[in-house]
Write a protein that binds this ligand. Sequence first.
Ligand code: IFM
Length: 406
Amino acid sequence: MIQFPPNFLWGAATSAYQVEGHNVNADWWSWEKQAGKENSGAACRHYELYQQDFDLAQNLNHHAHRLSIEWSRIEPKEGEFSQPELKHYIDVIGALRARHIEPMVTLHHFTNPLWFSASGGWEDRRCVGRFLRYCDVVVRALAKHVRYWMTINEPTVYFSHAYIYGVWPPQAKSYLKAKAVHDHLALAHIKAYPLINKIYKESNLPKPFISISQHIQAMVPCAPHLRNRLAVSLRDKWFNFELLDQFMRHKTMDFIGVNYYSRQLVDVGSWWIGHLLMDVCSKNHDPVKKNSLGWDIYPQGLYQVLLKLKKYNLPVIITENGICTPDDNLRWEYLYNHLKNVHLAMQEGVHVTGYLYWSLLDNFEWDKGFGPRFGLVDIDYRTYKRTVRESARKFAQVCKTGILEA
Ligand code: IFM
């Protein structure tokens, strides 16, 4: 039997664009049509059905829920802020509070208002000021009801997919642009941190907890020779920990938000920097089960990642961890084994204070559309009927008791 501490935050996460539906002023909305991708359309209709969804979360004993604010709803035109949409999110957060569920709010989760992208997006140096203006409005409106903020979700995933691999809007393939976007996202967080604190201070509210959600992969060398080990440490530094190091230097993190899914098997063909940074093993000599997107299931990687975070000496919240699969037994196996590894890391002194499964609901998985099923709750996209999965019920027991039965 494994016992987690009493005040551990248990729950699940979502993001606005992936569940709400009809985010017509977002850059993704026009891009998915223009690029011929599956359209997000009504998504899960969570914008209207959030009360019902939070009833489910409450019945599943969740006491934390991570959600994001859709910037393009709040500021559909530059400088014009929508009071009804702000009121909507106040209601959403009120609905969580009414169910004794702690809201954890992300300010930027991959999507941008169309006007923002059309005028340079995160490449243009005006982006930081624009983001801060939006943060100011949202945080002032929600401060009374929110204690946990994540400024930006997975900045490294965002700039690599959108500006290096070119698979997300604006589909650039440019290291120069990616570098500019990286620097702007970092600066946006560094400046948002004191801004959020200032708003709380002015409103006589207790200091909030602020971080980002950083996507971290376990970097695993195939053969532990020098070149592979060098590649692992470069990738750890640049992709996993560089932003966290920067934010630590600026003292702009109150906890570390970690999104963990899988490992990267590192097998490098030459000393060229491109290979050191990108080569992955294709030999399948260490086969493990995979999710429906083909990502390796590697629970011990979460333990390894958590131990690497120990040096920061900050509380850690797993802000995402989950699996897309049609096999719900595999979902529970995934959850169970990852929680076991979280507990192991805690026994070795990593101060983990919460775990949020990705995701509460099946949802729109970006360029992959609605195929991948990450949810604790199944969505029938024809009727929008919600059906709680068996894995969700098992997880509900853990949320209730803090005990992971063997
Ligand atoms: O669905 C995404 C989410 O938006 C960010 N983290 C990873 C999830 C699964 O790919």
